[in-house]
Design a protein around this ligand. Structure first.
Ligand code: NDP
Length: 485
């Protein structure tokens, strides 16, 4: 087995430096493509978490007073450093998650850099309002919340860290970030680069650990906001815990998103959209369009073309840039996906593909499910793996009703050449982010987030600045004060 030199200099990044405390439980970092242990980190002890919160609290007070233009410059320098080191960071992302380098070179560190650049540019533009009341007037300021907790899922560890850090820091907050225990390495690099770019120590800390460390960071009185990317069940717990002390929250949770493909759609683009929305990152993408509703008249051609295009699948060494399909990120996730597929078969679905691949590591072949009904578990539940469910519909109203018949509301896609229909349909879809004739693109300037059980709040775009600040209103009296006596 090859040696990978990815052992970090310390498990945590606190107050501007790597630190270690081996009293915390050891967490092995496994390369999902082979099952090989490539690094070991330790979960944060209470002492480590305390150091992170103390340093964040101290640093935030000064950062909030720093000229927003200077805050923005730091973030933009970090974006430049990330871009310059994209290959090194992408390799690390690949080793942490198993996603092919072909993907990580374009979708992870680069997306993180985009967010840092975007919010770096926006930092000086945190504006308020003025209102007149006769001679008196009032104005509003947008003020940072203080110390924020970020908690990440394992599918996009670099991107998630950057998407949370960038708007938080741009608006004058500090952050303590807990990566998923499955992918602890990438956020440490983000912290290291931010400090190299000039971010004062203590403003972005990374502490490792499982849910208990996240829970401690969710209930601490010094924390003003919790931003979680994770599953709906975890979101419910974190939201409830944060409510006890009235913290702000952003919840980026799971989904079971629909893609609606009408009979007039461009066939090649719809197949590409469905492939991207189901098999990119081996299906481990929250916004995936896992319920593909195809107009009955187009379904045979769609399935035929999909079959042909699946021949282009190239699983293999994720570090080889010709590989376009990687393993599940964890053994547990592989087992969850295989169990879902067994259940789908038991429920009567036709499952094409979907076998465990005969190699070391956590590999599941992509699966296309047909002969489905909307009440089957595989059509209702988030699987978070390379599993595409293909369903057919007869008319637009039916497609919309079935697309909306889910507790989730993260995303949706509509493929049609009919512009009027495209806009009419998305207006009726209850999903936080919709794509027309495209799927899963998430530029930093576009709000992203879920409706219904898929979350609350939005990441990215100017909206994220609002979610990391609160309004302070100032009434200005211009005349004498009158009183009853
Ligand atoms: P989990 O919900 O299992 O975990 C998310 C994070 O929360 C992890 O860091 C986890 O720690 C932590 N955590 C678990 N319990 C608690 C708790 N009680 N208090 C505080 N933190 C806790 O999600 P996964 O990591 O399995 O990620 C997959 C899920 O994330 C999918 O549902 C997917 O749809 C969703 N997701 C949503 C995105 C979005 O933007 N909407 C984007 C990406 C993924 P640990 O696991 O280390 O123990």
């Amino acid at each position: 087995m090859p040696e990978f030199d990815v052992q970090p200099r310390g498990s945590h990044f606190v107050d501007g430096a790597y630190i270690e405390d081996k009293a915390g439980a050891a967490m092995e970092v496994v390369y999902p493509a082979t099952g090989q242990v490539i690094a070991t980190v330790h979960a944060a002890t209470a002492a480590v978490t305390e150091r992170a919160l103390v340093s964040a609290t101290r640093a935030q007070a000064a950062w909030a007073q720093t000229d927003p233009a200077e805050r923005g410059r730091v973030l933009r320098r970090a974006a430049d450093l990330i871009r310059a080191r994209n290959r090194e960071l992408s390799r690390l992302e690949t080793l942490d998650t198993g996603k092919p380098l072909q993907e990580t070179l374009v979708a992870d560190a680069m997306s993180g850099a985009d967010a840092l650049e975007y919010f770096g540019g926006l930092a000086p533009d945190m504006t308020g309002q003025t209102m007149r009341f006769g001679a008196d007037w009032a104005y509003t300021l947008r003020r940072p919340l203080g110390v924020c907790t970020g908690i990440g899922a394992w599918n996009y560890p670099t991107q998630i860290a950057c998407w949370k850090a960038a708007p938080a820091l741009a608006t004058g907050n500090a952050m303590v970030f807990k990566p998923s225990e499955a992918t602890p390495l990438c956020a440490l690099k983000v912290a290291e680069i931010l400090v190299e770019a000039g971010l004062p120590a203590g403003l972005f800390n990374v502490v490792q650990g499982a849910g208990d460390v996240g829970a401690a960071l969710t209930t601490d009185a010094r924390v003003a906001k919790v931003s979680l990317t994770g599953s709906v069940p975890t979101g419910r717990k974190v939201y409830a815990a944060a409510a006890a002390s009235m913290k702000h929250v952003t919840m980026e949770l799971g989904g079971k998103s629909p893609i609606l493909i009408f009979e007039d759609a461009d066939l090649e683009s719809t197949v590409s959209g469905a492939i991207n929305g189901n098999f990119y990152s081996s299906g481990q993408v929250c916004s995936n369009g896992t319920r593909v509703f195809v107009a009955e008249a187009l379904a045979p051609a769609f399935l035929d073309r999909l079959k042909t295009r699946m021949a282009g699948l190239c699983p293999g060494d994720p570090l080889d840039e010709t590989t376009n399909f990687g393993p599940m990120t964890t053994q547990a996730q592989m087992e969850i996906v295989l169990a879902h597929l067994d259940r789908a078969r038991a429920e009567g679905a036709t499952v094409t593909g979907g076998d465990r691949m005969d190699r070391a590591g956590f590999w599941v072949a992509p699966a296309v499910l047909t002969d489905l009904t909307d009440d089957m578990a595989c059509v209702r539940e988030e699987i978070f793996g390379p599993v595409m469910s293909v369903l057919t519909f007869r008319d637009e109203d039916e497609a919309i009703a079935r697309a909306n018949a889910t507790e989730f509301g993260l995303s949706a896609g509509v493929f049609t050449r009919d512009l009027t229909r495209a806009h009419r349909v998305v207006a009726q879809l209850r999903a936080g982010t919709c794509w027309i004739n495209q799927y899963n693109l998430t530029p930093a300037g576009m709000p992203f987030g879920g409706s219904k059980q898929s979350g609350i709040g939005r990441e990215n775009a100017r909206l994220a600045m609002d979610h990391f600040t609160e309004v302070q209103t100032i009434y200005v009296g211009m005349g004498p004060v009158e009183a009853a006596f």
